[in-house]
Design a protein around this ligand. Structure first.
Ligand code: HEC
Ligand code: HEC
Ligand code: HEC
Ligand code: HEC
Ligand code: HEC
Ligand code: HEC
Length: 422
C-alpha cells in the first residue's frame, strides 16, 4: 500500500512540475508580446485612448473584442485615413461616430508591432474585467466585517428601552400586589423594613454633605471638567479641520487625480509659480468633457455654466454664469501664505498639507491651518539651499559682512519685484 501511494505522489509531483514549466513558458512568451505592446501603447496611444473608458477615441478594451477582424484593425491602426478615403464602411462609420475627430496615422508600426499592441489591449482588458468581477465580492466582505455603528446604536437603544419597560412593569406589579394585600388587611414586614432603610439613607446623605473635604473635592472635579472643556473649545474656535462642504458639481478628485492620475498642476496651475494654487476655470474641464460623459447631468452643469450647447458645439456667452465652488481652505487675511515658496522652493508635496486628495471623492480640510501648525513644520523641516539662487545670494551677503564690506538692502533681495508687490 505504502509503495503505491509513494509512487503516486512522485508521479503527481512530476506532472505538476511539467505543467508548471509549460504555463511559465507560455506566459513568458505572451508577456514579451504584451510587454512590447504595452510600451507602444503607452508611447503612442494613451493621449487619446484608455483601455476601459472613452476619451478622445473609443475605449479600446470593449472595441477590440475577440471577434474583431485583426486584419482590418491592423490596417486601421497603421493608416486609418487610407481606410476612410477608400470608404471602408466600418472605418467611415466610426469616423462619423466620433465627430470626425481623426486619429493619427502610424505608418511606422509594423504588422508585428500592431499585433503586440492588440495582444496587450486584449490581455489588459481581460485583467480589468477579472478585477472588476472580484471587486464587488471584496467590497461585500469588507462591509460584512462588522455591523455599522447605526445598527449598534439601534441595538443599544432597544436594550435600554426594554430595560426601562421591565423596571416600570416590575414597579407596577409590585404596587398592584401591595394594594391587593392592603385591601385584605395584611401589612407586609417588607414594607416596614423599607421605611427604615429610607430613613437611614437620608441620614447618610446629610452626613456626607456636612463633610467639607468631600464637598470641596466634588466641586473641584466639576470645575476642572468644565474648565478643560471650555479651554479645548476656545482653542478650536475658528479651526475648520475636517470642513467638507458640498460642491455645486459632483467633481471627484478620487476619479480625476487618483484613478486617471491627472497631475495636480494640470488644474491648479498656480501652485508652482504663485501665491495661490487657484481653482481651474471650466475651460480646463472642457478639454475632456466636450466629448467625455456628455450625457451626464453633472457635466451639463458645466455646459450650462459656460453657455455651451452640446448639440451645436457653440458657446453663447450671454447665457454663461460662473460655477460657485465653495472655498474650503481659507487663512485669515492677517497671515501670508505662498504656495510656490512651499511647493517649488521647499519641494513640499501637496499631500503633506492637504492629505491624500487623490483618494477624496469630496475634498475636506485635512490640516488645522493654525499658527502652531505652520510654526511646528518650520521648526522641523530642513531647507535644501543647494542650487537655489536666493540662498546663494544670502551666502554671498554673509561673506561680504564677514569681510567687513558694505551690504545694501538690494544685496539681500530688496529689488526683487515680489518682495514689494503681490
Ligand atoms: C490623436 C488621437 C489618437 C491617437 C494618438 C490614437 N487614436 Fe485611435 N482613435 C482616435 C479616434 C478619434 C478614434 C475614433 C475614430 C475617428 O474619429 O477617427 C479612434 C479609433 C481607434 C480604433 C477603433 C477602430 C474601429 O473601427 O473600431 C482603434 C482600434 C484605435 N483607435 C487604436 C489606436 C491605437 C492602437 C493607437 C496607438 C498606436 C491609437 N489608436 C492612437 C484617436 C486617436
Ligand atoms: C481635473 C482638475 C483637477 C485636478 C487634476 C486636481 N484638482 Fe484639486 N480641485 C479641482 C476643482 C474643480 C476644485 C474645486 C472643487 C472642490 O473643492 O472639489 C478643487 C479643489 C481642491 C482643493 C480645495 C480648495 C479649497 O477650496 O480650499 C484642494 C486642496 C485641491 N483641489 C488639491 C488638489 C491636489 C493635491 C491635486 C493632485 C493630487 C488636485 N487637487 C488635482 C480640480 C482639480
Ligand atoms: C483629462 C480629462 C478630464 C478632465 C480635464 C476633466 N475630466 Fe471629468 N471626467 C473625465 C472622464 C474620462 C470621466 C468619466 C469616467 C467614467 O467613465 O466614469 C470624468 C467624469 C467626470 C464626472 C462624473 C460624471 C458622471 O456623471 O459620472 C464629473 C462630474 C466630472 N468629470 C467633472 C469634471 C470637472 C468639473 C472638471 C474640471 C475641473 C473635469 N471633470 C475635468 C475626464 C476629465
Ligand atoms: C505647506 C503647506 C501646503 C502645501 C505644500 C500646499 N498647500 Fe495648498 N494650501 C495651503 C494653505 C495654508 C492654503 C490656504 C491659503 C489661503 O487661504 O490663503 C491652501 C490653499 C489651497 C487651495 C485653495 C485655493 C488657493 O489657491 O488658495 C488649493 C486649490 C490648493 N491649496 C492646492 C494645492 C496643491 C495642488 C498643492 C500642491 C501642488 C498644494 N496646495 C500644496 C497649504 C499648502
Ligand atoms: C509642511 C511644512 C510646512 C508647513 C505646514 C508650512 N510651511 Fe512655511 N515653509 C516651509 C519650508 C520648508 C519653508 C522654506 C522654503 C525655502 O525657502 O526653502 C517655508 C517658508 C515659509 C515662508 C518664507 C520664509 C522666509 O524666510 O522667506 C513663509 C512666509 C511661510 N513659510 C509661511 C507659512 C505659513 C503662513 C504657514 C501656515 C499657514 C506655513 N508656512 C506652513 C514649510 C512649511
Ligand atoms: C522696494 C520695493 C519695490 C520693488 C523691489 C519693486 N517695486 Fe514696483 N512699486 C513699488 C511701489 C511702492 C510702487 C507704487 C508707487 C508708484 O506707483 O510709484 C510700485 C509701482 C510699480 C508699478 C506701477 C503700478 C501702477 O499701477 O502704477 C509697476 C508696474 C511696478 N512697480 C513694477 C515692478 C517690477 C516689474 C518690479 C521688479 C523688477 C518692481 N516693481 C519692484 C515698490 C517696489
Amino acid at each position: 500500500m505504502r509503495n503505491i501511494s509513494l509512487i503516486f505522489k512522485q508521479f503527481s509531483r512530476s506532472v505538476l512540475l511539467i505543467a508548471g514549466l509549460v504555463v511559465c513558458g507560455l506566459t513568458a512568451h505572451a508577456q514579451t508580446d504584451a510587454a512590447k505592446g504595452e510600451a507602444i501603447f503607452k508611447a503612442k496611444c494613451t493621449a487619446c485612448h484608455k483601455i476601459d473608458t472613452r476619451m478622445t477615441g473609443p475605449a479600446l478594451g470593449p472595441q477590440l473584442t475577440s471577434e474583431t477582424d485583426d486584419a482590418y484593425l491592423t490596417k486601421w491602426i497603421q493608416n486609418n485615413q487610407a481606410l476612410i478615403a477608400a470608404k471602408n464602411p466600418k472605418a467611415v462609420k466610426i469616423f462619423n461616430e466620433y465627430n470626425q475627430a481623426g486619429m493619427t496615422v502610424f505608418a511606422e508600426l509594423s504588422d508585428a508591432d500592431v499585433g503586440n499592441v492588440i495582444t496587450y489591449i486584449r490581455a489588459d482588458w481581460k485583467k480589468i474585467q477579472e478585477d472588476k468581477a472580484k471587486a464587488p465580492a471584496a467590497g461585500a466582505v469588507a462591509e460584512d466585517k462588522g455591523p455599522s455603528s447605526l445598527v449598534i446604536w439601534g441595538l443599544l437603544g432597544v436594550i435600554v428601552i426594554a430595560f426601562i419597560v421591565i423596571l416600570v412593569l416590575n414597579k407596577v406589579i409590585a404596587t398592584l400586589e401591595r394594594l391587593l394585600l392592603n385591601r385584605q388587611g395584611i401589612v407586609l414586614e417588607e414594607d416596614a423594613e423599607e421605611e427604615k432603610v429610607k430613613a437611614d439613607r437620608t441620614a447618610t446623605f446629610k452626613k456626607l454633605l456636612k463633610n467639607k473635604k468631600l464637598v470641596f473635592f466634588i466641586v473641584l472635579c466639576g470645575t476642572i471638567a468644565m474648565g478643560s472643556f471650555s479651554w479645548v473649545t476656545m482653542w478650536n474656535t475658528n479651526v475648520h479641520q475636517g470642513y467638507q462642504p458640498v460642491q455645486p458639481i459632483k467633481y471627484s478628485h478620487e476619479l480625476h487625480a487618483g484613478a486617471m492620475k491627472i497631475e495636480c498642476q494640470y488644474c491648479h496651475t498656480g501652485a508652482f509659480k504663485s501665491k495661490n494654487a487657484s481653482i481651474p476655470s471650466l475651460n480646463v474641464c472642457m478639454n475632456c468633457h466636450k466629448s467625455v460623459k456628455t450625457e451626464s447631468p453633472e457635466i451639463h452643469k458645466i455646459y450650462d455654466a459656460l453657455g455651451y450647447d452640446p448639440n451645436t458645439a457653440k458657446y453663447d456667452s450671454t447665457k454663461a454664469k460662473p460655477i460657485q465652488w465653495v472655498r474650503i481652505h481659507n487663512l485669515p487675511d492677517l497671515a501670508y501664505f505662498n504656495h510656490s515658496q512651499h511647493v517649488k522652493v521647499g519641494a513640499i508635496k501637496c499631500q503633506t498639507c492637504h492629505g491624500p486628495v487623490e483618494t477624496m471623492k469630496e475634498v475636506y480640510q485635512y490640516s488645522p491651518l493654525t499658527m502652531k501648525w505652520c510654526i511646528q513644520c518650520h521648526k522641523r523641516t530642513e531647507v535644501n539651499g543647494k542650487g537655489n539662487a536666493y540662498y546663494d545670494s544670502i551666502l554671498a551677503a554673509h561673506d561680504k559682512i564677514k569681510k567687513g564690506e558694505k551690504v545694501t538692502a538690494a544685496v539681500l533681495g530688496g529689488i526683487e519685484c515680489a518682495k514689494c508687490h503681490y
